[in-house]
Design a protein around this ligand. Structure first.
Ligand code: FES
Length: 236
């Protein structure tokens, strides 16, 4: 375990634990920390979390296998997620997923190339990525590429395979899967300028703000909520 998770990772795990009143609350970010080291959550990663948090391996496994963001098989340098939920699917998401699968020669949660090696890519389909107004969308390491087509998606993936990092439509600049996982664990550079360069980016789209803009122009407001007292809840 010590070979996989060095002193720096252990220090980061202790740092995470210190952020919460109860240590077990640090499990979700700690699983991201494990993925930032290994590129997935291995059995050793589960044992590491269990040991750090004084949980059983079964408790950690139950969480790691519940959430799709925790990968049980080694990921590629990049994770490409295609939304195939209703709206995206109808506007081309199914075709994007199918054609990317054919281009890469892989299916759901399979890796094209040697996992972790430069240019390797894990492909997955996902439910709604909460960007329906910009459908069809895909993500690379959870950064958004809006209004895609099969052609633009294949060009994007080819660029990733060449080692390029095309700028996402919105959000932070593209890193790689392990780098994104370290951010999801809650670790960023201390230097403000470096930190800003890693996380800053355009965060909103015109389409997303359209409703708010129309409401402002037309003076529409939401109905006032009555101040209803909350029901008493039995004390635990
Ligand atoms: S259906 Fe694709 S983002 Fe909502």
């Amino acid at each position: 375990m010590t070979e996989l998770f060095d002193a720096d990772t252990v220090a980061k795990a202790r740092n995470l634990i210190d952020r919460y009143p109860q240590s077990r609350s640090a499990l979700l970010p700690m699983l991201h920390l494990v993925q930032s080291v290994q590129g997935h959550v291995s059995q050793e990663g589960i044992a590491f979390c269990a040991q750090q948090l004084d949980l059983s391996e079964a408790e950690v496994s139950a969480v790691a296998t519940f959430y799709t963001m925790y990968k049980r098989r080694p990921c590629g340098e990049h994770l490409v997620t295609v939304c195939t939920n209703t709206l995206c699917a109808a506007l081309g998401g199914d075709a994007i997923y199918r054609q990317l699968g054919e281009h890469l020669g892989v299916g759901h949660e399979e890796v094209a190339g040697e996992p972790g090696a430069p240019g390797s890519i894990m492909l997955e389909h996902a439910e709604c990525l909460a960007a329906c107004d910009l459908a069809p969308v895909l993500q690379v390491n959870y950064e958004y590429y809006d209004k895609q087509s099969p052609e633009s998606a294949i060009e994007l993936v080819k660029a990733l395979q060449r080692g390029e990092k095309p700028a996402p439509t919105r959000g932070a600049p593209l890193t790689d899967f392990k780098g994104a996982e370290l951010q999801l664990a809650g670790f960023f550079p201390e230097d403000e300028q470096t930190y800003r360069s890693e996380v800053d980016g355009p965060s909103q789209a015109v389409e997303t703000l359209q409703g708010a803009r129309l409401a402002a122009e037309r003076g529409w407001t939401a109905p006032v909520m009555e101040d209803v007292p909350l029901p008493e809840v039995e004390k635990k």
